[in-house]
Design a protein around this ligand. Sequence first.
Ligand code: NAD
Length: 354
Amino acid sequence: MEMKITLVPGDGIGPDIVHEAVRVLDKIAEVYGHSISYKTIDAGGISIDKYKVPLTDDALETAKASDAVLLGAVGGPKWDHVEGKLRPEKALLGLRSGLGLFCNFRPAVIYPELADASPLKTSVIKDGIDLLVVRELTGGIYFGERGRSDDGRTAWDTMKYSDAEIERIAKKAFEAARVRRHHVTLVDKANVLESSRLWREVVSEVAKSYSDVSLDFMYVDNASMQLVRDPGHFDVLLTENMFGDILSDEASMITGSIGMLASASLRNDSFGMYEPIHGSAPDIAGMNIANPIATILSAAMMLRYSFALTKEADAIENAVKKALSDGVRTKDIAAGGDFVGTDECGSEILRRLV
Ligand code: NAD
């Protein structure tokens, strides 16, 4: 297969962790007979320094012309004083909206070897955790009508969804469940919100086309409790934008390892943008101690969701698991013990790829 990938190394630890993911992708291409061409664009602080904007039109066009985007992270203290519209994080929004990405996949996985890093009791996570939060990205209260009364003492925000917006992301969630454990939980507030009642109607209708996937419903307040009480209940957790924003952060915290978690932003076709959930970690930039695993696992998600290369994605995920069970640790997950550098961690994963 031929793959055109746009790389967005960004700022801080971004270039180093993207470099390790590219080494892994190159090795996969070599072993499985694929060809990958890369174009690198600037986004975030580096783009502000060079072009005075967080994302240029040219950079966006390059991303649009590719099959998938792999992003490191953007931002850092150097640009903290920059005014709102020109902040580095605007590059992420520019990419997400410019590329039409409406669906966010955020897996939260606890590897048995790292169970101690989880703030949850061992008894709660004894069977491991492997859940996927599917969050709607472009609708809901963050994008609905908002305002203030003339005297400024009353304010409102509106949560609004159309059936089409719900249907397209519900399909993504059910497709994902099909290649996982065949279970979707719709998280909403249908006892109070009319928009949630529409979500239930539409998702129930979509479920009829996926008879191999079971569906249940959970109120968001209960879901936030179940994530810490019984996270094993969840396979695919589907939800609207704001609930997903909150629950996906909660889900990642229960794993205890921010340097290990990948994400994907998707749309209706196979195009996607893949990135670690962590930021540019300016406190450790340039020290060769950043954990590259979240970015390497983001590359695996890219192979799985944008290129349908299941075997290759499995190979990367298995190599990461093997490295962990053989005791390979970067500083953030070493619990005070021995650790390897960013590049060595990449090499250890490469060695276990096939
Ligand atoms: P952060 O995720 O960058 O760092 C939080 C803590 O986790 C730090 O102690 C950091 O050293 C550690 N950490 C993060 N990733 C790590 C890794 N791969 N390996 C080892 N340790 C890791 O969050 P922050 O400090 O709040 O933000 C720093 C900058 O990143 C800010 O400018 C922020 O705006 C930006 N940011 C960018 C993104 C993104 O690009 N998607 C996301 C979040 C924050």
